[in-house]
Design a protein around this ligand. Sequence first.
Ligand SMILES: Nc1ncnc2c1ncn2[C@@H]1O[C@H](COP(=O)(O)OP(=O)(O)OP(=O)(O)O)[C@@H](O)[C@H]1O
Length: 296
Amino acid sequence: MKRKALFIINPVSGGKKKDGVPEIVEDYLDPNVFEYDVEFTTGIFHAHDLAKAAVGEYDVVVAVGGDGTVNEVASAIAETDTVLGVIPYGSGNGLSRFLSIPMDAQGAIKTMNAARIVTIDAGKANGQWFFNMAGMGFDAHISHVFAHGSEKRGFFNYFKSSLQEIARYKSQSYRIEIDGRYYNREAFMLSIANSSQYGNNAHVSPQASVQDGLLDVCIIRPFPLWRFPEMGLRMFTKTADRSKFVEIIKGRNINIVRTQPGPIHLDGEPQSAGIDININIVPHTLKVIVGSLYKY
Ligand SMILES: Nc1ncnc2c1ncn2[C@@H]1O[C@H](COP(=O)(O)OP(=O)(O)OP(=O)(O)O)[C@@H](O)[C@H]1O
């Protein structure tokens, strides 16, 4: 019997046009394996609602967008038998890069035809799902600036905003409890990594795995501005864990108390949060189609 797939296309993600995506799906999706439908989202949470309604109706729900779109779809189908597919069309595409899903639409659709499925872990922060990365501090600040400013999405604009904001951003103090042990730390940024990377192959936690039942708490200590290029280089060469400004502690249950409320991000999407943040891993919870080169 053929599998049923629903493609959910976010027309704004990554600042890229997607009018041609239905045609690429028609040309490359194997008709012997799949029958399919396509929907375009009209706003925030629409992908989530569509995916929720698809549970039980479709075998595979495909997020066509970036990590935010993946989050909306995955949070609707986690803990079910419905499988996530991704055609990466975001600015960073952290989870799909980590899962070795090809970055071009044709390649990603061919991956769907091969249908190699694994089950991955996810995280919850104050009860809300994340699948790639959650965080607070500088990266959450940048997500917030983007969500509330007039900047267009896309890698270059994220990079430009980071450079503009970094000089005036102030680090915060955090009291972090990880599986019953306490750490008091001053941090520029605190990333809670399920996969190893933010997106664009910037790896904050090179040893992270989405199948190990653990989250990686990455504490980025304040560093002098002149070391920013070195910190960037370490992310792109998978050596962040060797920097003296980076400490990584793996765990399952994480409670964070910070000095001020403010934005946190879940897969790059900002949310406001108070001073207490509770984070936990939900092991083995989401079925996803991965690329042929993905290694556990
Ligand atoms: N039709 C729409 N109009 C405006 N915003 C939308 C629409 N559909 C979805 N969105 C919102 O677009 C946002 C961005 O999506 P997404 O994260 O996929 O792209 P991105 O930020 O460019 O990529 P990445 O997260 O990989 O860096 C999400 O918050 C989503 O809710």
